[in-house]
Design a protein around this ligand. Structure first.
Ligand code: AGP
Length: 598
């Protein structure tokens, strides 16, 4: 949610900040802005809309600054327009801030500041921070920042500059910030991709830490004034991983990267035995609670099936946003598994903190290395799916499902129960089978052509494939803006069937399972009402073919692994529909990749 970049050094600052913002655009894209220090004055340039609109501003060309900060916004307070875009300055235009997060007590602070004569120009909560710092700023910028932040409630990742000082200050509570270490230059960003082309050496700022960046180096202090010795991490992936290559969109590239992503999630973890370095005693676990948001919540639903099947330990799934506020009953015999691609989702992080405070054991299933969740869990499983840039999650989802399967089998192994050789063999075949599945992309596009103008879609699945139906519907909603719903197939006759007529496309997940025959009956019921049937099958001889308008054949696998394969045609269907409609697939309206606000 919102992207921040800052730079101090000798490189050309404007293109560096603009390019950095472009790499962060997935975090928010309704307005953007830049503030630089030139001849000891601050120059701020903003625009509504995408970074490209900011980039086209002529005023940028004449600037020759010595440092700068920039921001791409996902609006929380105030409409997306130029006035509400960051950076925000104080009354005297002597300091500027960019902010990611929400200041919850901003309206009372605003009243206080207005009473004291400050002129607040925007409708944002963020501008308040600039004026609060102004209130305390005499000659020590860091002291003023600390005093200001102590009055705020809520979350921030922020950068601050002053016309009087050749430095960038940064502070973090709840919203991620990373410092990039260079030679006689320093970078600041809300995520690594923004600075990766310049440095692979990064420092992750933790909550309640304040950093000061100069050309020569950095120093980090805790809000209480104590210096903090920070570890420098080396980023393992390169800029090429962040490019679209020959693909039209990141989403399509990421769909096609799934054989490698799944291979990476598997690497070194499975032979005759499961090898997960969890360093956590799971022997006393009596209950497992899976919590997450959005697509990750769908993988949690699949995880529940897998955990209960393979471990016989009861598992529950909770939306992180609900879990954190419902006073959950937890003991040290509970294991809470938090699932998050970004590792920064505010609700998921809060759910994790709730679980830790109640002494439950915690495991994180996370993609982004070094993210906040990975630092706060007792133990974790990295997905290693590689950077996911498209706002709609694809490869992270299938990797999450695999990681949950590995976790379930690992717990089974730890309980001394036998592991079935067949499932281990099938897991190892997944990259190959996913590769094969991707061959249906062109065929799925022909289906997309037929249904791109539909107003509604229904998705049906049973058992472990019901969450796949939910995820298929979510993908379509997110990027094509077509209303779609997922249902357990048997629930259809309890209501949704009323919606079925000749204009209703119904996608059935009908791969082999104990309930295949029952799904077939549901298909017949839809057919009797003239609904259009698209079925995903893996049995060449199945009767589904006779009852479906379109049949998508995927490779056969075990039912427990079928959600991974079955998700792929649904990702492709959503992608092709959105692309045929000419929509901005990677940056769908109103969304952002990482939701670091409540
Ligand atoms: C996925 O397509 C979504 N954009 C969204 O639902 C996402 O899965 C959710 O916000 C959770 O994100 P996380 O996995 O990074 O925690």
């Amino acid at each position: 949610m919102c992207g921040i970049i800052g730079y101090i050094g000798d490189k050309k600052i404007i293109p560096l900040l603009i390019n950095g913002l472009k790499k962060l655009e997935y975090r928010g894209y309704d307005s953007a802005g830049i503030c630089v220090r030139e001849n000891q004055e601050l120059r701020t340039i903003k625009s509504k809309g995408r970074i490209s609109e900011l980039e086209s501003k002529k005023e940028l060309n004449s600037l020759n600054p010595d440092l700068g900060i920039a921001h791409t916004r996902w609006a929380t307070h105030g409409i997306p327009d130029e006035k509400n875009a960051h950076p925000h300055t104080d009354c005297k235009n002597q300091l500027a801030i960019v902010h990611n997060g929400i200041i919850e007590n901003y309206s009372s602070l605003k009243k206080l500041l207005e009473k004291e004569g400050h002129e607040i120009k925007s409708e944002t909560d963020s501008e308040i921070i600039a004026h609060l710092i102004e209130k305390f700023y005499k000659d020590d910028l860091e002291e003023a920042l600390i005093k200001a932040l102590k009055l705020t409630e809520g979350a921030y990742g922020l950068a601050l500059i002053s016309k009087n000082e050749k430095k960038i200050l940064a502070a973090r509570k709840g919203s991620p910030l990373v410092i990039g270490v260079g030679e006689k230059e320093m970078f600041l960003a809300s995520d690594v991709p923004a600075i990766l082309e310049h440095t692979k050496k990064v420092i992750y700022l933790h909550d309640n830490e304040i950093a000061t960046l100069t050309k020569e180096g950095y120093q980090v202090k805790h809000m209480n004034g104590e210096y903090v010795n920070k570890e420098i991490h080396e980023i393992k992936y390169s800029v090429e991983n962040l490019e679209k290559g020959n693909f039209k969109h990141f989403m399509l590239k990421e769909i096609f990267e799934q054989p490698q992503a799944i291979g990476n999630t598997l690497r070194g973890r499975i032979k005759n035995q499961l090898k997960l370095t969890l360093n956590l005693d799971l022997s006393s676990i009596k209950r497992i609670i899976l919590t997450a948001c959005g697509t990750s919540w769908h993988s949690a639903l699949i995880g529940k099936h897998l955990i209960e099947k393979f471990t016989r330990i009861p598992a529950e799934v909770d939306y992180a946003s609900e879990f954190r506020y419902r006073n959950p009953i937890l003991t040290e015999d509970d294991l809470v598994v938090v699932i998050s691609q970004s590792g920064e989702t505010a609700d998921t992080l809060a759910a994790l903190r709730e679980a830790s405070a109640r002494n439950a054991k915690t495991i994180g299933i996370v993609n982004v290395v070094g993210s906040t969740i990975t630092r706060e869990v007792n133990s974790g499983i990295y997905l290693h799916a590689g950077p996911e840039t498209g706002v709609a999650s694809t490869k992270a989802f299938t990797s999450q499902v695999l990681a949950l399967l590995l976790l379930a089998l690992y717990i089974r192994q730890e309980k001394g129960l036998a592991l079935d050789k067949e499932i281990l063999e099938e897991i190892n075949l997944l990259p190959e089978k996913i590769q094969k599945t991707l061959e249906i992309s062109d065929y799925v596009r022909t289906i997309a052509e037929k249904f791109k103008d539909s107003k509604n879609f229904l998705y049906f699945g049973r058992g472990i494939n019901f969450p796949v139906a939910l995820e298929g519907a979510l993908k379509l909603k997110e990027i094509s803006y077509i209303h779609a719903e997922g249902y357990p197939a048997a629930e259809m006759k309890h209501g949704p069937i009323a919606l079925v007529d000749e204009n209703m496309p119904c996608v059935f997940l009908a791969t082999k399972s104990e309930l295949s025959q029952k799904v077939l009956s549901n298909i017949e019921e839809v057919r009797a009402r003239k609904g259009k049937i698209i079925s995903v099958v893996n049995d060449r001889n199945s009767e589904y073919k006779n009852f479906s308008d379109f049949v998508i054949e995927v490779p056969e696998t075990l039912e427990e692994l079928s959600p991974i394969i079955n998700s792929i045609p649904l990702q492709l269907l959503a992608y092709h529909i959105a692309d045929l409609k000419g929509l901005d697939v990677d940056k769908p309206r109103n969304l952002a990749k990482s939701v670091t606000v409540e």
